[in-house]
Design a protein around this ligand. Structure first.
Ligand code: G6P
Length: 611
């Protein structure tokens, strides 16, 4: 969602905040703001609508020397995109400054109360109530007549708040300190030789500090030069994060870099985990629950966006190869269901960021009901990875572009390994296990072959960039891939696309097919090939254009479709790992052809930490 950075140290804070904010911009980028306390002078306070990239020169020329500050890049939730609604937010006298991620659900009633008490608001946001509440409790004496410190006022204010927050607070009256607090919205403190950098994501901390403290829910930290005071004293942990991985290198943008890294993402996911001789996998993250997993007879898979489509493909894998009943839902809907659970239910939460609020809400709900929780997570140290009972990291490396690509193939590879793990605990034979793991080991090379077709896919995007609507169809394992392909096109090109199971087309959607509404059909030489061909023919019979993703060697398909992209043959279960690559490339080149900001598409955010 939004991104937060704070700094307390000996160096000028502004360049550090600026650099952190630029690295966080993928989380939200409609507006940004800074507050830096400038020894003895008025605080430097600066907010703008727009993206931070490009604004650095102007900011650095300002020569702000203050060594303590906070900054924020916003993805609007409450209140439109205006300078007034950008963070930091402040109290009546502009003496308290707050940056906030998350949502204050009861802000409206708190605001009414504060207005009645005489507070003057200057934004439409939920966050601003925090600044005024802190102002109120900072002025008000305690029950025993003592003046409150800033952190005490923050604590009293947060008791009145319903919702989620990761926040930083500064006050002119206590200019030496930065107060940090969190509830269901991540906040991490990088520690480096007496200086501290706080951020909502390790990516902003990585260049400055390699030791990190994860703030816990309901915890309030007070940070001053050379001192970090936590509710529960603990030593910083070593941050497992490679800063260089988050650089664009020679690529024009992160999205292309990340698509080109899809073979490596699979390679990293499977590295050291496949045991071909025994047809099994080694997943250290599941060791602690191995015996419990033997008893499980039904799984619930939960994810949002792209991760939800990975879960859908995982559902086919687990049912077909591990023989386990599996149910899938998006996080934002699952929480309203009354799932039928028993002591043999386990849940798998799938998330690149490990911070998606909808997914975490389900995790909390199911944990409360005693369900064994597993995470398939990319971000090491994320809330999901810390709160699940066990799990498997996808090891895809940092994914920066808002639209998820390499994380998807990492999730699929991980779900395939979990399927083998669970299958081998049950009835999967050595031969089947061995076939899956040997084929998984080949996927990175096969994926690289697809990437060699970049220019061809780029040319197709040029050919189709004038169309405004697209169907994506596929069946069985590739029905979720069709949905992922359509989602990617929507996200970054802003074109209308719908992904549906091929068989569903005739149940209504076919009404839209005409010469202006192309269909992208995943039609591989697998168990549903003939059925997919029928669906393609239904489209062709109505004058529709079809672009097929087909298996190498299938020359016949050329006779019935308008364009074909070939991918190598693999096991049907693993085919999504390959079929999605041309779809990711196609969306990418379409978006580029249309002049879109592919890494930071309008209205979206990478890590959605509000429900
Ligand atoms: C956001 C992103 C999507 C992503 C989804 C789930 O909406 O824009 O690309 O698929 O969140 O994110 P997660 O981090 O949980 O995988």
């Amino acid at each position: 969602m939004c991104g937060i950075v704070g700094y307390v140290g000996k160096k000028p804070a502004l360049p550090i905040l600026l650099s952190g904010l630029k690295r966080l911009e993928y989380r939200g980028y409609d507006s940004y703001g800074f507050c830096v306390f400038n020894a003895g002078q008025e605080p430097f306070f600066h907010k703008r609508v727009g993206k931070i990239s490009g604004a650095d020169k102007e900011l650095l020329e300002m020569d702000i020397q203050g060594t303590i500050g906070e900054a924020h890049t916003r993805w609007a939730t409450t209140g439109s995109v205006t300078e007034a609604n950008a963070h930091p937010h402040f109290d009546c006298n502009k003496e308290i400054f707050v940056v906030h991620n998350g949502i204050i659900e009861n802000y409206s009633e708190l605001k009414d109360q504060l207005i009645n008490e005489g507070h003057k608001f200057s934004s439409e946001t939920d966050t601003e109530v925090l600044a005024h509440l802190i102002e109120k409790f900072l002025k008000e004496k305690t029950e025993v007549g003592e003046k409150r410190k800033l952190e005490e006022a923050v604590a009293v204010a947060l008791k009145l708040v319903k919702g989620t927050y990761g926040l930083l607070v500064m006050a002119k009256s206590e200019p030496e300190k930065l107060v940090a607090a969190r509830l269901s919205s991540p906040l991490l403190i990088g520690v480096n030789d007496g200086e501290y950098i706080v951020a909502s994501d390790p990516i902003a901390i990585a260049p400055f500090a390699s030791n990190i403290v994860y703030l816990e829910d309901y915890e309030i930290a007070v940070i001053t030069l050379g001192n970090l005071s936590l509710a529960k004293e603990r030593a910083p942990e070593k941050m497992e994060y490679e800063s260089e991985e988050a650089e664009k290198g020679d690529y024009e943008n992160f999205m292309l870099k990340e698509i080109m890294e899809e073979p490596t993402a699979v390679e990293n996911a499977i590295k050291g985990r496949l045991i071909i001789e025994t047809g099994s996998v080694k997943l250290g993250g599941l060791d602690s629950v191995a015996e419990k997993l033997r008893e499980i007879d039904n799984f619930i898979l939960i994810g949002c966006g792209t991760a939800h489509y990975a879960a859908r493909a995982g559902e086919y894998m687990l049912e077909e190869y591990a023989g386990i009943k599996t149910d899938v839902d998006v996080g934002s809907e699952f929480r309203y269901r009354k799932p039928i659970l028993n002591d043999k239910t386990a849940a798998i939460f799938i998330s690149q960021s490990g911070e998606t609020a909808d997914t975490l809400a389900c995790l909390h709900e199911l944990k409360q009901k005693g369900v064994l929780s597993l995470g398939v997570t990319n971000s090491i140290g994320s809330t999901q990875s810390r709160e699940t009972d066990a799990g498997v990291y996808t090891r895809s490396g940092p994914e920066i572009a808002v639209a998820s690509t390499k994380a998807f193939v990492g999730q699929l590879a991980t779900l395939a390994m979990i399927t083998v793990y669970l299958g081998r605990q049950r009835t999967m034979s050595l031969v089947t296990g061995s076939r899956i793991v040997s084929e998984l080991a080949r996927i990175p090379d096969l994926a690289r072959q697809i990437l060699l077709q970049r220019e061809k896919i780029k040319a197709l995007a040029e050919k189709y960039k004038g169309y405004k609507n697209f169907w994506y169809i596929g069946r069985k394992y590739n029905a979720p891939v069709a949905m992922e392909g359509a989602l990617k096109l929507k996200e970054i090109s802003y074109l209308h696309a719908e992904g549906i199971p091929g068989g569903e087309l005739k149940h209504g959607s076919l009404a839209l097919v005409d010469k202006d509404f192309p269909t992208i059909a995943i039609c591989l030489s697998d168990s549903v090939y003939e059925k997919m061909v029928s669906n393609i023919q239904e489209v062709k019979a109505r004058g529709g254009i079809v672009i097929a993703i087909a298996t190498e060697g299938n020359e016949n398909i050329k006779k019935i479709v308008d364009d074909v992209i070939y991918i190598p043959k693999t096991l049907e279960m693993l085919s999504p790992l390959l079929s999605v690559i041309p779809l990711h490339l196609f969306s990418y080149y379409m978006a580029v052809a249309l002049g879109r900001d592919v890494d930071r598409p309008r209205n979206l955010a990478k890590s959605v930490t509000v429900e």
